[in-house]
Design a protein around this ligand. Sequence first.
Ligand SMILES: [Zn+2]
Length: 267
Amino acid sequence: MNQTKLARFISLVSGCALLAFCAPKSVLAAGNVLIIADEMPQMELLVKILKTRANTTAELVNQTDVPADISGYAAVFAFVHHALLESAEKPMVDYANGGGKLIVLHHSISWAREKNKYWFPLLGMHLTPPGDPEQGLYKYVNPVTYTVVNLAPGNYITSHNVKYEGKTSYKSSDLGTPEQEYPSFTLNNSEVYLNHVFTDGKDKTILMGFKWQDPKTGRVWMQDRAGWYKKAQKGWIIYLQPGHSITDFENSTYSQIVLNALAVKLK
Ligand SMILES: [Zn+2]
């Protein structure tokens, strides 16, 4: 090896040594947050929001491409609309039970999930087949304009840097408190879900409720189902009901709540 080659070799070796020294202990494949989805435009926007407002790199994968072990991620978002494949379901369930933070968005709770073995038992949820909501059956309605109220003032997820548009009079479906005003924001071109049923008693901490007036019947629906969190075996599950359209994520109040779900330290 002549002098020049030797110098290049030394430079290469020391460069590699420096890289190895500087690299974090556990290097993740391509991001520190994983988003598992089957509908991309809303999640492509979320990737940008995470990058620009939380300096977080997110890896967006189709639910067909979920690795069996996703335990290395700081958080995992679920945004699956159609049938949830067991090859995506099982890693997410294991992730939450193993100590991870699973952030479940919008239609990741839908009627189709009743066919999954692990998903609703983990979430403590039940949905009937879609039908007449006046009979207590599940129903999804879109497009709608509906209002989300903060039922957990002081909670980090619903309060840290969150600016509410105004206040809305709301009667909690679960808290037994009289109708009163809560901080609120309104989403357009969105989708509302009626009659989500909890199967785990009081295990969930309620964050947000929704208020929607059915233009056909005039009936006003107010249910404490727009956001909650609960403990898994070792980890946590956070559910946020908005997310139907890109405009939901463009709403700065809602996107801050999503960022807070990522940042919150739950105990
Ligand atoms: Zn939707």
